[in-house]
Design a protein around this ligand. Structure first.
Ligand SMILES: [Zn+2]
Ligand SMILES: [Zn+2]
Length: 207
């Protein structure tokens, strides 16, 4: 019986067309590298490329505290892969992969791609793969010339608790970068980023 793929193409031998299946293979093939890049960004090794790093660290070498967001995306990637892996194990009684690292799970799931094509929810899995790999890529490729980045909730105390504003990093082409809150007008130069960044992260963790 002919089914219709989520992209609208007819499928004679499953629920997902060959083009969508090839996209999913491509995404799975990229995941090990993406995961490595994300880990690097999280640990601030090379995450954003030298040009971007120079912009955001200024002259004092204090990194911008935005890695938290990268780690959320890394967590989302793990979550997506793990939950679909568990589903395959449950449905097929296959032995589980050696560990839960994306570099292990992605090739393992790729080995089950034809099985997914035959499942009604195969297209859903392939869709999620596309969405999560896009998200990872965007996090890794934070544009080198982006002028403003939202860092997090303002850590300054106002009369009734924390300032409700958001701290943004402003990264001019020619001048040193700085962080600022429009709400309370606080401004942090690069040498103050480490302390301010820690307080912003603390607020994010509280939330
Ligand atoms: Zn399709
Ligand atoms: Zn503020």
């Amino acid at each position: 019986m002919t089914q219709t793929c989520q992209c609208g193409r007819p499928v004679a031998d499953g629920y997902v067309c060959s083009r969508c299946t090839n996209d999913a293979k491509r995404h799975l093939d990229r995941i090990p590298d993406l995961a490595t890049e994300l880990d690097r960004a999280v640990t601030r090794q090379t995450g954003f490329g030298p040009q971007f790093r120079d912009f955001i660290t200024g002259t004092n070498g204090q990194p911008l505290p935005i890695d938290w967001d990268v780690s959320i995306i890394a967590g989302a990637l793990r979550h997506t892969l793990t939950s679909w892996t568990l589903l395959v194990i449950h449905e097929t009684e296959h032995l589980q992969p050696a560990d839960e690292q994306p570099a292990t799970l992605a090739p393992w799931l790729r080995g089950h791609i034809d099985w997914f094509r035959g499942q009604r929810y195969g297209g859903e899995f392939f869709d999620e793969l596309g969405a999560i790999t896009d998200r990872c890529q965007r996090a890794i490729d934070a544009p080198p010339n982006r002028a403003t980045i939202t860092v997090g909730p303002c850590p300054q105390l106002a009369e009734t608790g924390y300032c409700p504003g958001w701290v943004r990093a402003i990264i001019p082409e020619q001048q040193p970068a700085y962080m600022a809150c429009i709400e309370c007008d606080t401004r942090w130069e690069t040498w103050q980023w480490r302390r301010a960044g820690k307080r912003i992260l603390d607020r994010k963790l509280e939330a």
